[in-house]
Ligand binder design. Structure first.
Ligand code: SF4
Ligand code: SF4
Length: 365
């Protein structure tokens, strides 16, 4: 089934209490890249489709051990996102969901499962995979992120009717879904990301599906020689939209707590954990710069929590080498979000978020 009032509930990160003074609330998020293969070729896809989880058995063992340690501690395991490829199209989806260690990840019934998909697979294939998922891990609370493309959504006359067929399959499933649409941002898009088109798209999604539209900076996933240009392109787009729609503007980077001090967000791929920079959204990047070292033979929760503080200290030190970060009111928040680690890795010295110089302000979500 699809839960009701999606738009109203998902328009804010308000369901979770991010208050920093509630020090007992510490949330953990794991993004696990263990799916392999995808039949599609979406515009702007920078996903690694083929070499994730060379040893699925071992990877699930490592991840579920950490999930057990989190559940045994006072840290709350809030979400597990399964990626990086399409849930319904990946070649090893069934191997993953039938594995007992996958069920073990969701021992705490409050842990949400984040499912990534385009919903481009046929309705029968979607129905079949959901039935298996329900059989093996029936109690799941699922945040479904539907990757979409602005060109496709606004120009293909069949997109919405096709999506409605898949929507019905979700409604008929015994599992519970909170679906939201997500756009892969990339400079090569044919339809401009201007205020008019973005508003049109967001309104169609609200009217037709009663849910929200998020932006996924897939361009940040890889170390790209054009990374600075890509960031500049996206910042200009944000500024243009802010100018035209300042009253209704919501910008997650303004929320100092979101993905900040009392959150631990980690990425996993091929036996290793990595810190996860939060730049408009979680950045799934697997360069050595982000690698979390392990002290012994196996990862422990202590390795992950220690890394969170170690990376924070390194970033406070790196701030001295930047143009605007020292003295910026967002420095602590940006350092916990690993923004400055991302800056150092990409040789960026100037604020690229429009915050350090007060260019952007508005409603924090
Ligand atoms: S965005 Fe997802 S569904 Fe599309 S090609 Fe990339 S991995 Fe496949
Ligand atoms: S100047 Fe920009 S990047 Fe630096 S701390 Fe402030 S908001 Fe973050």
């Amino acid at each position: 089934m699809i839960k009701s009032n999606l738009f109203d509930r998902m328009n804010y990160a308000g369901e979770v209490n991010w208050d920093l003074d509630k020090s007992n609330n510490f949330y953990s998020f794991m993004n696990i890249d263990i799916l392999n293969g995808c039949d599609f070729s979406c515009h702007g896809c920078f996903v690694n489709k083929g070499t994730n989880s060379s040893n699925l058995e071992n990877d699930l063992k490592i991840i579920s051990k950490i999930a057990d340690e989190i559940n045994a501690s006072s840290l709350h395991l809030e979400e597990i996102a399964l990626g990086p490829t399409d849930f319904f199209s990946a070649k090893n989806t069934l191997d993953v969901i039938k594995h007992p260690d996958f069920k073990r990840l969701f021992k705490n019934p409050d842990t949400k499962f984040v499912m990534l998909s385009t919903l481009k697979a046929g309705p029968d294939e979607i129905r079949e995979k959901l039935e298996v998922l329900e059989k093996y891990v029936g109690h799941l609370d699922i945040d479904l992120l539907i990757a979409t493309d602005m060109d496709e959504f606004l120009t293909d006359p069949n997109y919405i009717s096709n999506m409605k067929i898949k929507w019905k399959v979700l409604e008929e499933s015994g599992l519970e879904f909170d679906p939201a649409f997500q756009i892969n941002i990339h400079p090569a898009n044919l339809i401009k990301y201007d205020a008019e088109n973005l508003t049109r798209l967001a309104q169609i999604i609200k009217t037709e599906f009663d849910t929200i539209l998020e932006f996924n900076p897939s361009i940040l996933r890889i170390k790209h020689q054009k990374q600075k240009e890509n960031l500049h392109f996206w910042m200009q787009t944000i500024k243009e939209n802010f100018k035209k729609n300042a009253d209704g503007f919501t910008y997650t980077m303004l929320n100092k707590g979101h993905s900040g001090m009392n959150n631990m967000v980690i990425n996993f791929r091929n036996g290793n954990f990595y810190i996860c920079p939060f730049i408009y959204e979680n950045v799934f990047s697997y360069e050595n710069t982000y690698l979390i070292p392990k002290k012994g033979e196996e990862y422990t929760l202590n390795d992950l929590t220690t890394a969170k503080e170690d990376f924070f200290i390194k970033q406070m030190q790196f701030s001295e080498k930047t143009t605007n970060c020292v003295g910026c009111e967002y420095l602590v928040s940006c350092s916990y979000k690993n923004v400055l680690t991302f800056m150092e890795a990409n040789n960026i010295k100037d604020c690229f978020l429009g915050l350090g110089n007060g260019e952007i302000h508005g409603r924090a979500v």
